[in-house]
Design a protein around this ligand. Sequence first.
Ligand code: DQA
Length: 145
Amino acid sequence: MAGRILILNGPNLNMMGTREPEIYGTETLADVEKRCRTLLDGTGFELDFKQSNHEGELVDWIQQAIEAHQAIIINPAAYSHSSIAILDALKMFSGPVLEVHISNIHHREAFRHKSLVTARANGVIVGFGMQGYELAVQRVLRLLG
Ligand code: DQA
């Protein structure tokens, strides 16, 4: 086994499919998880795919990833714009960290333009819809390969 990749999703992303479909589309997080798993088939990497509406739970999972995972892909959702705790937790993780935003946050309200998490991200994928997660998985495979 080559290792483990963690995909983390922040608040309200469990509602994908019905949440503001004009912005986020109609695919669900389960659809995305399935496609990411397919991409990892045969690579030797295992995937843990999680979502939480709670900042502390996301911090706990990032701390656990320090020992358990080789890379983190994270869409911190609204916490992107406010959470120093998530940034600090990611700073303790030594592997690649890729940040994903489904929408183009730079075309939206001014308060979404800045993500605190970007200070730790090795790369950011913005505005590619749910496909952004697959692009992030491909990038992680390149970085770890
Ligand atoms: C988001 C953008 C955030 O501003 C928003 O709070 C989200 C989703 C995105 O993926 O486009 O919940 O991270």
